[in-house]
Design a protein around this ligand. Structure first.
Ligand code: SF4
Length: 162
């Protein structure tokens, strides 16, 4: 159909915008960073305006925010919850502990970075990262989701900084 490609392209753009603007993170907190995550999702920062709704079921979520220290004891549970999420799914590592073990990295009981357990798409530095940093990480993630929907390939993870 002459000009049909314009309709298809525009429709795809609308779908991509809708998908990257309806990311549902599974409610999951590990340590002190989770307090900042909760503040980010509260009324002052209002992440819901970006279409993100915390959801209490991994089966209906497409994002895991790892907010806190990952212990060796907790790692298998974290991995299981991640595996219960449907594809395509995303992971955001929030704070020094999740990124690399943070102040506890020399502890015998701490995983030296959650990327040793599950693949990570965005790293947010800080101890703890303030809500503004997490918001920035979520916007980076939206770009990654749009890239994946557009190209069918995942963008490389954001730089890992403690
Ligand atoms: S990075 Fe800092 S604030 Fe976050 S969980 Fe570790 S010690 Fe707590």
């Amino acid at each position: 159909m002459p000009g049909g490609w314009i309709v298809v392209t525009s429709t795809e753009k609308i779908f991509n915008w809708a998908r990257s603007s309806s990311i549902w993170p599974v409610t999951f907190g590990l340590a002190c960073c989770a307090i900042e995550m909760m503040a980010t999702f509260a009324s002052r920062f209002d992440v819901e305006r970006l279409g993100m709704v915390p959801w209490a079921s991994p089966r209906h979520s497409d994002l895991m925010i790892i907010s806190g220290t990952v212990t060796i004891k907790m790692a298998p549970m974290l991995q299981r919850i991640y595996e219960q999420m449907p594809d395509p799914k995303w992971a955001l590592s929030m704070g020094s502990c999740a990124n690399s073990g943070g102040p506890f990295r020399h502890g015998y009981h701490v995983v030296k970075g959650v990327d040793r357990v599950i693949p990570v798409d965005v790293y947010v530095p800080g101890c703890p990262p303030p809500p503004e940093s997490l918001l920035n990480g979520l916007l980076l993630l939206q770009d990654q989701v749009s890239h994946f929907r557009r190209t069918g390939r995942r963008a490389p993870p954001s730089p890992k900084v403690d």
